[in-house]
Design a protein around this ligand. Structure first.
Ligand code: ADP
Ligand code: MG
Length: 326
């Protein structure tokens, strides 16, 4: 190896953290056996980890910036879905070889993302292995008892989504099959935006929330599953005509294809959430001051199942629950 493990960490990762930053809860940053972190009084720690393996989750031709942005968005989006505020990142990196230009670009991209979300890198692990593998663990905080969990939906709750759906899959399709891919759709695939401020704004209003990584049907399905009890089975009715679709998605693809991706495409990293009728007005009030559009796309019902409801009220049962990992 041209560069020792330690000088690699010193050069590319240590600068993304701090030795000490009491305002952000870092008593001891990168360099010791552990980081020492403090939560402000009244806050709970929210933790999530995501792993990306070359060949399984991304193709070798992805750039270091695209990889850093997607990996970062995917895991920070989990904090958004909990209504948590991002704070610390740990990074486990397995490298097949030491490519300094790649490491420099990756570290720059990660530094930009960390700055954008006021986060600090506080530790990690660097190893050599057969394929490039990245595990990003995010740590955030959320006031005790205010996290947006998946298990709080009730019959009659309204189902909402943030932003527009289906763009990431459309971007991937363009990347693979077009010589002149649409830049907006591509950026939605490569540089998704975790909806942190929306998650925080939703704390008082939403009964449940999840981020849309596997597709709306799959992820609202997780909320329904977690919120159902033997005494109170739940289901969901989605109105496809209300799905928020970007102008770019509608311009490049048929209505049928756009709807299919919006329902089951995944990778958009928008949020889906449920809101009790009693909170609708307060939510609307909050949203008038909020920059990210939220659209009502369905209702939670007191019968297990998932239905698509057409504009004429006709319901059709669906068992398409999006992407399955295994
Ligand atoms: P140990 O052998 O005790 O686990 P390491 O040699 O793996 O320590 O790491 C030394 C220090 O560098 C630790 O503080 C660790 O958290 C940090 N570190 C290692 N790799 C990374 C990385 N990729 N990103 C950020 N910090 C890292
Ligand atoms: Mg180690």
């Amino acid at each position: 190896m041209a560069l020792s493990e330690f000088s690699l960490i010193d050069r590319y990762f240590k600068p993304l953290g701090v030795a000490r930053d009491t305002l952000r809860g870092v008593e001891l940053g990168i360099g010791d056996d552990c980081a020492l972190l403090s939560l402000p009084p009244g806050q709970q720690l929210a933790v999530s980890i995501d792993t990306l393996v070359e060949g399984s989750h991304f193709l070798p031709q992805i750039t270091a910036t695209q990889l850093a942005d997607r990996a970062f968005a995917a895991c920070v989006s989990d904090l958004a879905a909990m209504g948590a505020e991002p704070r610390w990142l740990t990074l486990a990196l397995t490298l097949a070889d030491i490519n300094e230009p790649w490491l420099a670009e990756f570290s720059d991209a990660l530094a930009r993302q960390l700055r954008a979300f006021d986060m600090l890198l506080v530790g990690g692990d660097t190893t050599k292995g057969p394929v490039l593998t990245l595990s990003l663990q995010v740590h955030g905080w959320v006031p005790e008892g205010q996290a947006l969990r998946r298990d709080g939906a009730r019959p009659g709750d309204y189902v909402f989504v943030t932003g527009t759906l289906g763009d990431a899959m459309a971007g991937l399709e363009h990347l693979q099959h077009h010589h002149d891919p649409d830049p907006y759709l591509l950026s939605r695939f490569f540089h998704p935006t975790p909806r942190i401020s929306t998650g925080i704004a939703l704390r008082p209003h939403a009964s449940a929330a999840a981020d849309i990584s596997d597709g709306l049907l799959a992820d609202i399905g997780h909320i329904i599953e977690c919120s159902s009890t033997p005494e109170q089975p739940l289901g969901v009715v989605i109105q496809p005509q209300h799905l928020p679709l970007s102008e770019e998605l509608r311009r490049h693809f048929s209505a049928k294809q756009a709807q299919q991706w919006a329902l089951a495409g995944g990778e958009d990293f928008e949020l889906c959430f449920t809101v009790p009728e009693s909170q609708l007005e307060a939510l609307q009030q909050t949203l008038t001051r909020h920059p990210i559009p939220c659209t009502q796309v369905g209702r939670v019902v007191a019968e297990a199942g998932c239905w698509l409801e057409q504009a004429n009220g006709q319901r059709q049962r669906t068992d398409n629950l999006g992407f399955k990992h295994f």
